[in-house]
Ligand binder design. Structure first.
Ligand code: MG
Length: 234
């Protein structure tokens, strides 16, 4: 027995290395539509937000035809995902080795999850336990999505851990009474991520998959599957 029943993984920026692709393609889409934003601004302002929050933020910035811009962006980003999307470095090994129930809690839409995580072998490690903010009343930082994970996975909040790279995800876990570990892509261009995630309520912060494995081991939430017995020669 491990000390934990469930690991809840955020998708973008934790399981998949999607945020730079997302920021680049969205910056292009909004700039084409007359609202100049750099990929870095997009990364700082919009990362971790749900699509409905993104829609509101773009309207506030004066974007006229948000539906058309988002439709063009979707076509562009899904094509880019098909060409370039990779798992976050080292995360596939952790997921494959875990011997604890696991699920995904993402502020992405169901459609985007299918067009991102769904392209990678990681999908099969989680399906059908891939949960989207579209399935609940309010996205992270509301606790709704974390509560959905607990109930679908029949897990207790005390024996669950959530891993997320955005303050919204950490706040959602905290609000649901689930311990949260912040995750930072070592290639993230933004500074001060540890402080941001700790301030949101993270118990600790991992820079990259190697540190995440160590933190999970320390929490007792991680145990590698028993090695497959060696084949005995006849
Ligand atoms: Mg994320």
């Amino acid at each position: 027995m491990t000390d934990f029943d469930l690991l809840i993984f955020d998708c973008d920026g934790v399981l998949i290395d999607s945020e730079s692709i997302s920021a680049r393609t969205l910056a292009h889409a909004v700039t084409q539509a007359g609202v100049d934003m750099t990929p870095r601004q997009i990364l700082i302002e919009f990362t971790g937000k749900s699509e409905s929050e993104l829609r509101e933020a773009l309207v506030e910035r004066g974007l006229a035809d948000v539906d058309a811009v988002l439709a063009a962006w979707h076509a562009d980003i899904y094509a880019a995902f098909r060409r370039e999307l990779r798992p976050m470095e080292g995360i596939g090994d952790i997921v494959a080795e875990l011997d604890v129930a696991k699920c995904v809690a993402s502020n992405s839409t169901v459609e985007r999850l299918g067009n991102s995580l769904g392209l990678l072998p990681l999908w099969a490690d989680f399906a059908p336990n891939v949960f989207s903010a579209e399935m609940v009343a309010a996205p992270k930082p509301s606790p709704d999505l974390v509560e959905l994970c607990l109930s679908k996975m029949n897990a207790s909040r005390e024996r669950s851990v959530m891993i997320d790279d955005s303050p919204a995800g950490i706040q959602a876990a905290f609000a649901a009474g689930v311990r949260a570990i912040g995750f930072v892509d070592p290639n993230d261009p933004r500074s001060g991520r540890r402080e941001v995630l700790m301030a949101a309520g993270a118990e600790d912060v991992a820079f990259g998959a190697g540190e995440l494995r160590l933190l999970l081991q320390r929490l007792g939430a991680y145990r590698a599957r028993a090695e497959r017995p060696m084949e005995v020669e006849a």
